[in-house]
Design a protein around this ligand. Structure first.
Ligand code: GRG
Length: 294
């Protein structure tokens, strides 16, 4: 399989996830309308659907059925979208554009954007509680809550906000990236492996892969913020430097960052060796994560 086939695979998985999200979300007409319109506005706005694809691919790479992982895949996209909606708020990164169109608080208002983010998060956990296999539902809910709470995504976001304009610091940027971004990506692919009832060594292999591509993803994102355009990214380019953020290029420079992302991807692919040929799609996805232009 080459990168074009991966693109087709991602498109197919994205369509599957979109159809399921449409099915499980309250309709835009359902009262109270503004919140359901806002949730749908932010979810159906052209995201890459990387995290749900990782849930589905992680499950398939471990011999599981795609359908068993679909509710969890949708839950990860809801959690990810909630984080973007809240991150864009004036109290946080204060951004006007996301996924190529006005951010949720610009298209609606701040109160609705806050509530839409909250509702996406709570809906995600409802979906997990009702859609995960009975054998692993409690364990996965605890793990996903931890990966998205103060030990993970929220903790990383707090460190990100509170370290703006501090001198670039290698330890700090790794602390932020591992929590803000890598924790959710790592948990997405791990969740797929657990749903497939994979043996512990395979779950561990997939989890190691997830942590490494998660960090590589954020380093690639930092590089894109330096080198990409607003049009290409669908969000304001060059904001990290303007806000004095802790980024990989700010600490190590762009070229060293590119090298580090490449090495992490190679290590991630190595980690998948116990899975053999079944891991081919995940390996290609790792390459895509650092080759992407948006
Ligand atoms: C507000 C609780 C809370 C957390 C915010 C994830 C995050 C923490 C903030 C979002 C902004 C940001 C820079 C996140 C880092 C991860 C990242 C690069 C997200 C964008 O992910 P993509 O490129 O987005 O997969 P699409 O739109 O394709 O889904």
């Amino acid at each position: 399989m080459d990168i074009e086939l991966l693109a087709l695979n991602l498109k197919e998985l994205g369509s599957l996830v979109d159809a399921e999200l449409d099915r499980v979300l309250p309709g835009a007409e359902e009262p109270p309308r503004p919140i359901h319109e806002a949730m749908r506005y932010s979810l159906f706005s052209g995201g890459k659907r990387l995290r749900p694809a990782l849930v589905l691919m992680g499950c398939e790479a471990c011999g599981g059925e795609r359908d068993a992982a679909l509710p969890a895949a949708c839950a990860f996209e809801m959690i990810h979208t909630y984080s973007l909606v809240h991150d864009d708020l004036p109290a946080m990164d204060n951004d006007d554009f996301r996924r190529g169109r006005p951010t949720c608080h610009k298209a609606f208002d701040e109160a609705i954007a806050i509530l839409a983010g909250d509702a996406l998060l709570t809906h995600a956990f409802e979906l997990l509680a009702t859609g995960l296999p009975a054998s692993c539902v409690a364990m996965l809910i605890a793990e996903i809550a931890s990966a998205t709470g103060t030990a993970g995504m929220i903790g990383g976001q707090v460190a990100d906000i509170t370290s703006e304009r501090l001198p670039p610091d290698a330890g700090l940027v790794e602390f932020i990236h591992r929590r803000k971004t890598a924790a959710l990506i790592r948990q997405a692919v791990r969740t797929g492996a657990v749903i497939a009832a994979a043996p512990a060594d395979r779950v561990a292999a997939v989890t190691e892969y997830g942590g490494k591509i998660g960090l590589a993803f954020q380093i690639a994102d930092d590089i894109l913020d330096v080198e990409g355009t607003t049009e290409q990214l669908g969000k304001t380019a060059g904001k990290d430097a303007a806000q004095g953020k802790q980024t990989w290029p700010a600490v190590f420079g762009v070229e060293a960052s590119r090298r580090e992302a490449g090495e992490l991807v190679e290590q991630a692919k190595q980690a998948l060796r116990p899975l053999g040929g079944r891991a081919e799609t995940l390996c290609l996805l790792a390459d895509f994560i650092i080759a992407r232009k948006s």
